[in-house]
Design a protein around this ligand. Structure first.
Ligand code: ATP
Ligand code: MG
Length: 708
């Protein structure tokens, strides 16, 4: 019954769901039912016979969102939704290319290169061309290729104004030629190649245009120009694109997504009226007011209203932790309390700005025996870079560890080819010895292998008298992974994680009272695998704010609300950076239905260093009456206004002359505010924020600061 589908919708939603044939844009705030409208519209179109399930193309932002859409549709319709074209841009392009691989010039089983594979491919190209890689760094070329592909440009379409760029273009063309020879595609290629396929092949294009009567796009504010053009190719003039989005939740500008596409879309499709949804069904009033208050600090907005009739609900809870460990302890205790009150673990989400922050929280949950799952990323000990680092550590502890040997013998690449590894393997089998032993027996002649054997030997020797944390720090620093990830596209995050491994080792040493590397490695293996929540098991959800987009939870913790962490320090120097961070904060707040916790820590270990952070400016942007302090290391206190006496350095306050937030005078730079500390003892540094010249670091001992 169509009526069944439509009951419960408000008049605006009903209008959107049953919109006539033309294209439409729904522009509405978080939790107003955009995704629900989109899903219901698909069901309604099918149920009323306006389109067959195969005539629908729906784009979601994540695979998780696509899965949810399938589930909801199956619940609404008595049909098999399996073969429907619902997925992410990448997923749908992949499908298109597989179906028409011949027309696309690809082998049927073409391989997709991940970032790492792509880098090796780039290096091979440069080697074959005898290029000086000091001048033309492989990673730079990789970034150049990807940025151009994402902008829809092949090598012969780029204009070069200087000889350097001309060379890059040449190498880009050579890289593409190599990929074509080998029949492989990188991520950016998926979209560009299927875009070109459709542009070039009129028959194919018309076939899909004929087929996809209805194209629907969720999270439209985060589509890139090429993605948008791809959609337009798939649409016949008589067919419709139904897009929903929220400019306040645009959080992928750094990847080329473009809010301006909304205006372009209206113009292209001749949309005279944008549909607005104004009622929020997700959150209680207090949470909604908080979200509205924060986002109102952004200047670049299209402007929207959002209201709820759900009532005020509970106040937002704010906890000021002394340290990141204290923050994690608080989160765990509150989760246990929520569970006692009857909330399922799966209804609780812990959000953070950067992946590296999850480690301490994961550990606290793990120690308390609370099942958890990490979304949009791997659990800390399962991340590739951590596994690589652990493999080096394992070899340091025991070079006969074959699995560890295989993982890193040629990572980072040192010219140990697959054939060499095969020969070692054969020799090891024949002699009944470890790979390491076989390698040592034949390694001297082969340059890359000899370097590897020497490196492991040195690491073993150098770490002999070190304590656990020092060993981990040393191996991470020396094994070449940091250099490898530096300059990689998502490398910064991975380096943060690698540094975090040292913190994990210190924490382990303190807790388990063991400095034994083997104990730590066993612990890491355990946390990585055995306690992983099973699929379907009730588990707390951990994810970055980016990964939480579109989702909702009964209770949400937003952790790490400190300046330079959230907002992220990189954002402070970028154009529109702070506004994008604020939109991210808006996304975070609006994930909560009933209860919202905001936490920050006065001191946190990051990059292997203690950092003393000011509370995030986003906390100050919340109306005080919405927030209730639930204590912390300073005792219960209200939100301090920015710049007022903030937290000092807990536990070590005596050693530090000024609390963070204190006003100080510098003989040269004038008056400033103490913004943080790092390092210890004679190496302790203080960061002072000066109104005109920005932040400066001083060695604390020689800082020549006076209070004012
Ligand atoms: N008319 C309605 N009656 C009851 N609940 C509704 C109604 N419309 C939406 N909801 C519920 O409100 C919540 C938010 O809806 P939905 O996720 O579709 O919002 P959204 O606009 O897509 O949010 P976001 O911007 O965060 O993606 C969901 O739990 C949804 O089921
Ligand atoms: Mg949504």
């Amino acid at each position: 019954m169509p009526q069944d589908l439509l009951t419960g919708l408000n008049p605006e939603q009903l209008r959107a769901v049953t919109w006539g044939r033309g294209s439409a844009l729904v522009l509405a705030g978080a939790g107003s039912g955009k995704t629900r409208v989109l899903t219901t519209r698909i069901a309604w179109l099918i149920q009323t016979g306006q389109v067959s399930p195969m005539g629908v193309l729906a784009v979601t932002f994540t695979n998780k969102a696509a899965r949810e859409m399938f589930t909801r549709l199956s619940a609404m319709l008595p049909i098999n939704t399996r073969g429907m074209w619902i997925g992410t841009f990448h997923g749908l392009c992949n499908r298109l290319l597989r179906a028409h691989h011949r027309d696309a010039g690809l082998p049927q089983l073409f391989q997709i290169l991940d970032a790492q594979d792509q880098l090796s491919a780039v290096k091979r190209v440069l080697k074959a061309l005898n290029v000086d890689t000091e001048k033309y760094e492989p990673r730079k070329l990789q970034a150049f290729i990807n940025a151009n592909k994402e902008a829809g440009l092949r090598a012969n379409q780029i204009e070069a104004y200087d000889p350097y760029t001309r060379r890059l273009i040449e190498y880009y063309a050579a890289y593409d030629a190599q990929c074509n020879r080998e029949g492989v595609v990188d991520f950016a290629e998926l979209l560009l190649r299927s875009f070109e396929l459709l542009s070039r092949n009129a028959m194919l294009r018309e076939h899909y245009q004929e087929r996809f009567r209805h194209i629907l796009v969720d999270e439209f504010q985060d589509t890139s120009r090429l993605q948008y053009d791809w959609l337009k190719l798939l649409r016949a003039p008589s067919n419709a694109i139904f897009a929903v989005g929220d400019d306040d939740q645009s959080i992928y500008a750094f990847r080329g997504a473009n809010v301006a596409n909304m205006a372009l879309f209206q113009k292209d499709m001749g949309i005279s009226e944008v549909i607005k949804l104004t009622q929020n069904y997700r959150s209680y009033g207090t949470i909604l007011d908080a979200a509205n208050a924060v986002i109102s600090h952004n200047a670049n907005r299209l402007g929207k209203d959002l209201w709820t009739d759900a009532g005020r609900g509970e106040p937002i809870r704010h906890y000021e932790a002394a340290t990141d460990l204290d923050e994690a302890r608080f989160v765990v205790e509150e989760i246990q309390e929520l569970k006692r009150e009857g909330m399922a673990y799966a209804d609780i989400a812990v959000l953070y700005r950067s992946n590296a922050q999850s480690r301490v929280i994961e550990h606290a949950l793990f120690s308390a025996g609370i099942p958890y799952r990490v979304y949009g990323g791997l659990r800390f000990f399962e991340r590739a870079e951590i596994r690589h680092a652990l493999a080096y550590l394992r070899l340091t502890a025991n070079p006969e560890d074959d699995n560890a040997f295989l993982r890193v013998v040629n990572f980072p690449a040192r010219g140990v080819g697959a054939r060499t590894v095969e020969a070692i393997d054969a020799a090891a089998r024949a002699g009944g010895v470890s790979l390491w032993a076989a390698a040592c027996a034949q390694g001297a002649g082969k340059k890359g292998l000899a370097a590897f054997i020497q490196l492991i030997g040195q690491l073993r020797q150098e770490t002999r008298d070190m304590n656990l944390a020092e060993q981990v720090e040393h191996v991470v620093a020396r094994c070449g992974l940091i250099e490898y990830y530096r300059g990689e596209r998502d490398g910064e995050d991975r380096i943060e994680n690698l540094n975090e491994l040292t913190n994990a080792a210190s924490a382990f040493a303190a807790e388990a009272e063991s400095q034994d590397l083997a104990d730590f490695l066993a612990h890491a293996a355990l946390e990585a695998g055995e306690h992983e929540a099973q699929a379907g098991q009730d588990a707390v959800q951990l994810m970055t704010v980016h990964a939480a987009k579109g989702l909702e939870f009964m209770a949400v913790f937003i952790t790490g609300l400190e300046e330079a962490l959230f907002p992220h320090e990189n954002s402070l120097t970028e154009l529109d950076g702070l506004e994008e961070e604020r939109r991210l904060m808006y996304v975070a707040i609006t994930r909560a239905r009933k209860r919202l916790y905001l936490t920050h820590a006065a001191q946190r270990m990051l990059h292997g260093q203690p950092r003393y952070g000011l509370p995030s400016r986003f906390l100050q942007e919340l109306p005080a009456e919405l927030v209730q302090s639930v204590g912390g290391w300073r005792g219960s206190s209200d939100l301090a206004p920015a710049g007022a006496a903030g937290p000092g350095a807990p536990g070590r306050a005596a050693a530090l002359p000024y609390p963070v937030g204190a006003r100080v005078q510098h003989p040269r730079y004038g008056e400033g505010v103490v913004a943080g500390y790092q390092g210890q003892g004679a190496e302790a540094e203080v960061r002072v924020s000066f109104p005109r010249i920005g932040d400066k670091w001083f060695i604390l001992e020689y800082a020549r600061l006076t209070p004012c």
